[in-house]
Design a protein around this ligand. Structure first.
Ligand code: C5P
Length: 278
């Protein structure tokens, strides 16, 4: 029996960095939303554990046995005393180290699949604990629904989403280290995310405080944002997470698709994904 799940791209509609912590992490406030599209993870019980990766970004993951997917599988088996090994396959469509949670989404999808396979409730606290241990974004990806995150980004409160907005994701194909971008934050607390209004209103009055340090690491991010912000019908254009992926939200599909055509013509080397944000 093979079970399959989408590991949707994660977007931070806004991300406010508030303080450095003693443990090397940062206190932040963020609005998580998820795309309709992403990677795909498939899992089947097998005689021996194995990991395979396919898709356009397979090479960036590599076939070896240490990545967030295999770590999630091992952590699940240890936590729930499952002796049964699994064959795991990852179809990698999202660029790696790109601010849209690829690895975190893959780990979260792996945990959801293993929970289904072994009859564990999706909201079991032990699953959440494994997720938090794997990475700050993994709990939000495990939930996979519009959420306000604080603390490291793993203290979660579900919120009402955008209600299916057309979106375009663009990455200039420069991998950016999350740790390096956080390390470049200037230490200035620019204030909280408002809790006033709906998701879009909060996003529009918010910011991504990691944008300046990410642009210092990868100046091309500024070009991506300039192109996206100049497209007709854009409601919001911003970088996600620690970059370098930027997103644009549109009022309608025609505007989104025409922006996608503009980006493809102006910058054929950039990765892009047309999707819908819930
Ligand atoms: O938890 P994860 O391994 O995904 O985080 C990667 C890096 O990003 C951390 O080692 C840390 O440098 C940085 N980070 C941070 N504050 C957060 C989340 C991540 O400084 N809230």
């Amino acid at each position: 029996m093979t079970l399959t799940e989408t590991a949707p791209a994660k977007l931070n509609l806004a991300l406010h960095v508030r303080a450095r912590r003693a443990d090397g992490y940062h206190e932040l406030e963020t609005l998580f939303v998820f795309a309709r599209d992403g990677d795909t993870v498939a899992i089947a019980p097998a005689a021996t554990a194995s990991f395979g990766v396919t898709g356009p970004f397979a090479d960036a993951v590599g076939p070896d046995g240490d990545n967030l997917v295999t770590r999630a599988e091992r952590a699940f088996r240890a936590a729930f005393s499952v002796a049964q090994p699994h064959a795991v396959t990852l179809d990698k469509h999202l660029p790696v180290a790109s601010g849209i949670g690829g690895g975190s989404a893959d780990a979260a999808a792996t945990l959801r699949l293993l929970a289904r396979l072994h009859g564990i409730a999706g909201d079991d606290q032990r699953l959440l604990a494994i997720a938090a241990h794997l990475g700050a974004d993994v709990p939000a990806c495990l939930l996979g629904r519009p959420t306000f995150g604080s603390g490291r980004g793993d203290a979660l409160v579900e919120v009402r989403g955008l209600g299916d907005m057309p979106a375009l994701l663009v990455n200039p194909l420069v991998a950016v280290s999350t740790a390096a971008v956080f390390a470049g934050w200037d230490g200035m607390d620019r204030g909280p995310l408002t809790d006033d209004g709906d998701m879009l209103a909060r996003a529009l009055t918010g910011r991504n405080d990691l944008q300046p340090p990410a642009e210092a690491v990868a100046p091309v991010i500024r070009d991506v944002l300039t192109v996206l912000a100049g497209c007709d019908g854009v409601v919001l254009a911003r970088m996600s997470g620690s970059g370098a992926t930027c997103f644009a939200l549109f009022a309608d599909v025609a505007a989104r698709d025409s922006a996608a055509a503009t980006v493809a013509a102006d910058a054929p080397g950039w990765w892009q994904m047309r999707t819908t944000i819930g």
